[in-house]
Ligand binder design. Sequence first.
Ligand code: ADP
Ligand code: MG
Length: 450
Amino acid sequence: MTRIDQSKEHDTKVSLERSWQEMLAFLRLNNSDLVRGWFAQLRISDFDRGHIAISPITPTQYVYLQNHCTEAFVQAAQSVTGRLMAVTFSPPASMPEDRYGFGAIEQLSLNEEYTFENFVTGPCNKLAHAASVAVAREPGKRYNPLFLYGNVGLGKSHLLQAVCHEVKGKQPDVNLLYISCETFINHFIEAVELGVVQEFRHRYRNVDILAIDDVQYLANKDSSQEEFFHTFNSLYQAQKQIILSSDRPPNEIETLTERLISRFSWGLVAGIDRPCYETRMAIIRKKAKIKGVDIPEEVVSFLARSIESNTRELEGAITKLQGLAMLGDGRISMDMAQQVIPGRRNGAKELAIEQIVEAVTSHFNVKVTELQSKRRNKTLALPRQVCMFLARQLTRRSLEEIGGYFGGRDHSTVLHATKTIRKQIDDDPSLRATVEDITRALTGRANYLT
Ligand code: ADP
Ligand code: MG
């Protein structure tokens, strides 16, 4: 190879790398739900006028990309090149075969990041976590079935997969099946149509661990419930571990037959609540570390205050921040943080009083119930007045509404509080700094005096 050829090859490599980085930034901004940490290791292996080939590393990654990502990658490629592009994923050298025509694919789709190590525990998920760890340690023995329930985005799938990872790590040849309940139902229907119910049963009843996500989808599916009942019994009798998740407890899944409700409760039913502020902070730090992003503390606390109920949204926000930072100088600013809060682009969505109260109480280390009580001692009066002041500044709630929120105080109390704090801020620089800090954490801006 001549020198020129070599340097040409080098240039091509650099430009492919740059194109991939641009595509990745686009994906992080526009499809943050899809983006996984390992995307950073993907490469463009082939690039000609109308076509980009991406090389995944492992079979798991290949299946994930094939099943979920084609459309998003096509958009990213088109946005980066400004041309109509097709995207294909090059399969890795060895792909496991799919024995029954169904079943094998889903087994592959464990998210590599959903491990116990990457799971943050707090009061909201302590029991669910401890039970999952116990199950992973001794499958089929401790809690069978393990039933986890909670709202969307609170870590149910993460825990289910963490159990699978853990067991697989210790027993690489364990036969485990992790699938969504919808997949179970679809496979069953398909098996009936294709006349391969025996194979279906063979597949589902010969596993060591069956983890089924979102079993609320069994609602109103009589024949699938029936089939699942028998699957359950067969595994249970063989002392194989069953792990289930749902967005609600067993007895609240409509039309679920009594016998399934009762079986689901034989082992342990553990709920997961919304994470509290501290847990959210810890989750953000953990996710940032996994993704290799450096997030300033003030942005961490701003995100933790702004996104309360769904950890998936937190993660999406971090991924978007990563994309924005890559378009700039690599650093993440408060300005960017505001852009990535769902539903609050351009500060459009109003703050809730609860958010203000949460920020203030955690700063002053007092309880919400204390603020709402009639007690008037000074350690409570100040945070209470700061809450009222900020509620006036940052929401459109009336004096009456704000007073009502704080234990039925009347509008003159709120007015008085607002005036008092405004005056004290002028006299006391440290109070001013406190109020500015809280305001910045809530809104990303410090200028509360409107
Ligand atoms: P669910 O299945 O309950 O809807 P997931 O398990 O899919 O929720 O979690 C959504 C996202 O939030 C995932 O990226 C998951 O890793 C993350 N997540 C949720 N709870 C935690 C936690 N306690 N620690 C770390 N990550 C979490
Ligand atoms: Mg889930």
